[in-house]
Design a protein around this ligand. Structure first.
Ligand SMILES: Cc1cc2nc3c(=O)[nH]c(=O)nc-3n(C[C@H](O)[C@H](O)[C@H](O)COP(=O)(O)OP(=O)(O)OC[C@H]3O[C@@H](n4cnc5c(N)ncnc54)[C@H](O)[C@@H]3O)c2cc1C
Length: 354
């Protein structure tokens, strides 16, 4: 599809034209934060896939942060706190059901005492405490645990909700695959790259690789508490209409087809923690490729240049296993980087080629 924009010369008086590439949780939240933080801009979200076909749609959506090796803990905690506050406000509003955001209580359990008995995010979630002996009786193989209330953000509802709000505030949404970010010059003044795993090609980032995750979506409405093994490999996350059972972390595996053997393993590990799941029905398998980057999230401005012309690109990708947990915090940071690009003096750009 050809992108048609008015073939006018852009001057410093025109709204700044911002393209956000990607429509997973990172792209849509970034577009939202840019629309709040950057005055007088026009925003276009461009993506080859939208909900329900993104990796974000497969996520269990639990707000429990993952550590990124190159991100200082105070920064990570700030991203998590900002995301938690944003989603907590939605959970407490009349929009909660439409947005697919709700509170959920449960346990994170360990077979041996973890090095960090109190994680850095303990005072962000609600009511964090060590599990009592009575609670631990439910898990005879485990010796220690955390009990807390956190949020669950269900992307199959949250992404369309964000998209609707973006459209309502005048953001243009385009379905298109981008082969090279330079294609967006000169139609846009600033590009935000939120293409997740697509950044392997778009940002030529060979460090990006898939961390395959397979989950089961089952009906078991009697399961009300989440249960997460401290390793993060086995989990039971009840949601608005279904329970998500997980999971796997398969490094470098691009296979999007469910594996029946893996599904059997997930089901039996989850039943070992919650035997009543033997009665679960409507079992559906789902697979997603987490956009994994060993160093962690890339939040950085790069200036692409060709023949003396420049295109600022704010990179915002590489959220791996914990993108839902920190998306709003990193989107605010990306929007601040966009704001810096916009404040830099603009030179008139020639007529659009697209
Ligand atoms: C099984 C599983 C369970 C998970 N559970 C949790 C959880 O409980 N909590 C949590 O915090 N996180 C969880 N995650 C991780 C979370 O899903 C990711 O961190 C997050 O979804 C990444 O979002 P994203 O927007 O960067 O990527 P994506 O959702 O993959 O979005 C990328 C977007 O870019 C677009 N795109 C890519 N290339 C191009 C291109 N060339 N041109 C145009 N568009 C392009 C794609 O179409 C897509 O719209 C889980 C992931 C999986 C797989």
């Amino acid at each position: 599809m050809q992108l048609k924009l008015p073939g006018m010369v852009s001057t410093s008086m025109d709204p700044v034209r911002i393209a956000v590439v990607g429509a997973g949780v990172v792209g849509l939240s970034t577009a939202m934060c840019v629309s709040k933080l950057v005055p007088r801009c026009s925003i276009t979200v461009i993506s080859d896939k939208f909900s329900p076909d993104t990796t974000s749609d497969v996520a269990a959506g639990m707000l429990i942060p993952h550590v990124y090796p190159n991100t200082p803990i105070p920064t990570l905690k700030q991203w998590f706190q900002e995301t938690f506050d944003h989603l907590f406000a939605i959970a407490n509003s009349a929009e909660a059901e439409d947005a697919g955001v709700h509170l959920v209580s449960g346990w994170q359990i360990f077979q041996s005492i973890p090095a960090e008995e109190v994680p850095f995010w303990a005072d962000v979630v609600l009511g964090f405490r060590k599990m009592t002996k009575a609670e631990l009786k439910k898990f005879p193989q485990h010796v220690f645990g955390h009990a807390f209330t956190t949020l669950k953000c269900e992307s199959p509802a949250y992404l369309p909700w964000l998209e609707k709000r973006l459209k309502g505030s005048g953001v243009l949404i385009l379905t298109r695959r981008i082969g090279d970010l330079w294609e967006l010059h000169p139609s846009f003044d600033v590009v935000v790259n939120c293409s997740g795993l697509g950044s392997r090609q778009l940002a030529q980032d060979s460090e990006m690789f898939p961390m395959r995750g397979q989950v089961l979506n089952v009906r078991a409405p009697w399961v009300k508490h989440f249960i997460r093994d401290g390793s993060g490999l086995t989990y039971i996350y009840p949601g608005t209409s279904n329970v998500i059972l997980g999971g796997t972390r398969q490094q470098g595996d691009w296979n999007l087809s469910p594996d029946a053997e893996i599904s059997r393993g997930i089901f039996s590990r989850c039943c070992a923690l919650e035997p009543s799941l033997q009665g679960a029905c409507d079992i559906r398998e789902k697979v997603g490729l987490r956009p994994f980057r060993p160093a962690g999230v890339r939040l950085q401005t790069e200036f692409l240049a060709q023949d003396g012309r420049r295109l600022p690109v704010v990179h915002h990708y590489g959220h791996g296993s914990g993108g839902i947990s920190v998306h709003w915090g990193t989107a605010l940071e990306a929007a601040r980087l966009v704001s810096e690009c916009v404040q830099a003096p603009r030179t008139p750009t020639p007529k659009s080629n697209l």
